[in-house]
Design a binder for this molecule. Structure first.
Ligand code: NAP
Length: 287
């Protein structure tokens, strides 16, 4: 009888399947990526605040993982558990994130901190725990999900912009820091994607969104357009497919644009002067 063969994606050094840890995997791009990688044979640890949402995907190589990225202990325990089982983590996808929509004038200390705590500090917390594991194996790929708003500013999105610009900076610095250990670091800058982002993960500041706000006209012009663009955005699986390519091709670019809006604006950002680019964005969003 022919022996059943697994088509697990393996580390180059051995016949052992590659192990992936991904944050914010219960929906959107995280979920799509986790599924695509598991279908390809990777061993996937899909981290979420609510791992029950991932139970239906559980399989011999897909493991829902309760992960609180605000809690260093939760991260340490998760990494230790994966290490105990596999002795390695080959790929980290820092995906979890949300968007605060607020003017700078209205934003609270707590809102500012929370935005950076999830989009920036949590990314650093998870990465910090995984680096020694990858360094010991002299191999690894870290993929940070940033945004095209990590290169382009928009009013009302200052805190989100700042957090994603930070992710771009972290990616650039880490590439130097980890190169000698054979650890690759990449960023993915999606445009607008049809995920739960607009429905569940755009957090609005009540003062900014009050009808009496000095910014009411700007809010009513911009906010509905952005929500519509997200809801009519590209399919999250496109991001998962790009992540698979980044993992498989060591020559993939450091920074990767994906999605219609990102592909429209990012090249324009590079080609035009700051002032000309700003003019185009003002026209486009009627600002
Ligand atoms: N959709 C877009 O248009 C777009 C565009 C550019 C960049 N992005 C970025 O892409 C990434 C994925 O977003 P998505 O579009 O796939 O949205 P999504 O479907 O809303 O998923 C976002 C994930 O982030 C995690 N998350 C959100 N708020 C969190 C919090 N306060 N604490 C911990 N985890 C939190 C959630 O993880 P759990 O609930 O599983 O814990 C959730 O699964 C984010 O970093 C986002 O900034 C999105």
């Amino acid at each position: 009888m022919k022996k059943k063969e697994h088509s697990f994606t393996t580390s180059s050094a051995s016949n052992v399947p590659k192990v992936v840890l991904i944050s914010g995997a219960s929906s959107g791009m995280g979920r799509a990526t986790a599924k695509i990688l598991a279908d390809k044979g990777f061993i996937v640890y899909a981290g979420s605040r609510d791992s029950a949402k991932l139970e239906s995907l559980k399989s011999e190589n897909f493991f829902p993982l309760h992960l609180d990225i605000t809690d260093p202990q939760s991260i340490q325990q998760s990494v230790a558990m994966i290490l105990k089982r596999h002795n390695k983590i080959d790929v980290l996808v820092n995906n979890a994130g949300y968007g605060l929509v607020s003017t700078v004038e209205d934003v609270s200390e707590e809102e500012m901190f929370d935005q950076f705590n999830i989009n920036v500090f949590a990314l650093l917390r998870v990465t910090k725990e995984v680096i020694p594991v990858m360094r010991a194996n002299r191999s690894g790929v870290i993929i940070n999900i940033s945004s095209f708003l990590g290169k382009i500013g928009l009013p009302l999105f200052t805190m989100y912009n700042a957090s994603k610009y930070a992710v771009e900076g972290i990616t650039d610095s880490l590439r130097y820091e980890l190169k000698d250990f054979n650890i690759r670091v990449h960023s993915v800058m999606p445009g607008f994607f049809d995920t739960n982002f607009a429905k569940d993960n755009l957090v609005t500041n009540p003062k900014t969104f009050s009808p009496d706000s000095a910014y009411a006209a700007m809010v009513s012009t911009l906010a509905p357009v952005i929500v519509e663009q997200i809801n009519k955005g590209n399919e999250p699986k496109e991001v998962g497919e790009m992540i698979l390519k980044i993992i498989e091709n060591e020559h993939y670019p450091a920074r990767n644009t994906i999605g219609d809006r990102a592909e429209k604006f990012i090249p324009m950002r590079k080609e035009l002067s700051d002032e000309d680019f700003e003019r185009r964005v003002r026209e486009y969003y009627s600002l």
